[in-house]
Design a protein. Structure first.
Length: 127
């Protein structure tokens, strides 16, 4: 499956979750952390909490998108991101478009045997 197709399918799943009342951005710890960057963290404006929910939702979706990608092709990328996070450096993308770009960049760096797993193999058969 191509990364673009995976993105469309992922977005469809997100819509289903949201249709049935699910949410990706209402994680209290992440929201509090995001609101700390507000002009006045103790008294956020009326708009800042909803902006924080949207930003956290986008970040969570991008992390889920990366972590749900083809493990055969992107296991090294996933492990690198996890290790960096464990060391206190979050290199996870914060939007789905950045996540898609990261997968596409990583895919172009893969050896040919992994980069072409989505395409029909061509060759010669000797019978």
């Amino acid at each position: 499956m191509t990364n673009a197709r995976y993105l469309k399918e992922f977005q469809g799943r997100v819509k289903k979750v949201e249709t049935y009342g699910g949410s990706f951005g209402e994680e209290p710890g992440l929201l509090m952390k995001e609101l700390q960057s507000a002009a006045n963290p103790d008294h956020p404006t009326a708009k800042e909490p909803s902006d924080a929910v949207k930003k956290v939702s986008k970040a969570i979706q991008s992390i889920l998108f990366i972590s749900g990608s083809d493990s055969k092709q992107y296991s090294k990328l996933n492990n690198t991101l996890k290790e960096d996070y464990g060391k206190g450096h979050s290199n996870y993308p914060t939007t789905l478009s950045l996540a898609l770009n990261l997968l596409n960049i990583h895919e172009s760096m893969l050896p040919r045997q992994y980069a072409n797993t989505n395409k029909q193999e061509e060759g010669v058969a000797f019978i």
